[in-house]
Design a protein around this ligand. Structure first.
Ligand code: ATP
Ligand code: MG
Length: 181
């Protein structure tokens, strides 16, 4: 599986619709400080289900919506779509290409989630990506500063990272879910 494309509109510094295409190889995004590299990373984690505004480097979730700049008004909605190649069926759905979309409206606070343009729940996205080994808490996205906190983490926190990498974490989560019912 690989990420083919990201489409952002109104997300953080990406006021205008921006499309980033990836080849099935290694891609580097380079640019000066503050140009929006980490915002791309935040956008990926946001669509994959991140619910912590703090880990998206904001105070509240609406901080992901473009808040205006010199000569440019704030917008009312942030929308990000990730398009994955699914020819190897890492996502347990029949489609060869899977798009996942998340939207957030500033005024109403309303959120929308879609898989292949069909409205769904956040939980559907979280479950789909967790089964594939991707996902919000997975090690597929390592943010700036993560490496240092791994090195400095407590043994039990580090164990959680090994469990995630070994694919055990999702079973633990389901076990805890059923025990709490
Ligand atoms: P560095 O090389 O320092 O890590 P970077 O390329 O990773 O930089 P980012 O952290 O992605 O930079 O981008 C930061 C920029 O995004 C800042 O200029 C900040 O003002 C802008 N930004 C963040 N959130 C918003 C928002 N909601 N609306 C408008 N701009 C935003
Ligand atoms: Mg950065």
């Amino acid at each position: 599986m690989f990420l083919k494309r990201i489409e952002l509109q109104g997300f953080k510094s990406f006021a205008d619709k921006t499309v980033i295409e990836f080849e099935n190889e290694v891609t580097g995004i380079v640019g000066p400080n503050g140009c929006g590299k980490s915002n791309v990373n935040d956008a990926i984690r946001w669509v994959l289900g991140e619910q912590s505004a703090k880990s998206l480097r904001g105070g509240s979730m609406s901080d992901v919506i473009f808040s205006g700049s010199e000569g440019r008004k704030a917008v009312n909605m942030a929308e990000v779509t990730l398009v994955f190649d699914n020819t190897k069926k890492h996502f347990d759905v029949e489609f060869e290409e899977v798009s996942v979309t998340r939207k957030l409206f500033r005024n109403s606070g309303e959120a929308e989630y879609m898989i292949n343009n069909t409205p769904c729940r956040l939980k559907d996205i979280v479950n789909m990506v967790m089964d594939s080994g991707l996902g919000r808490d997975s090690l597929s996205v390592i943010s700036q500063g993560n490496i240092q906190s791994f090195v400095e983490s407590k043994p039990e926190d580090r164990r959680a990272l090994f469990e995630e990498a070994a694919g055990v974490a999702k079973y633990k989560k389901r076990k805890n879910e059923s025990l709490s019912k």
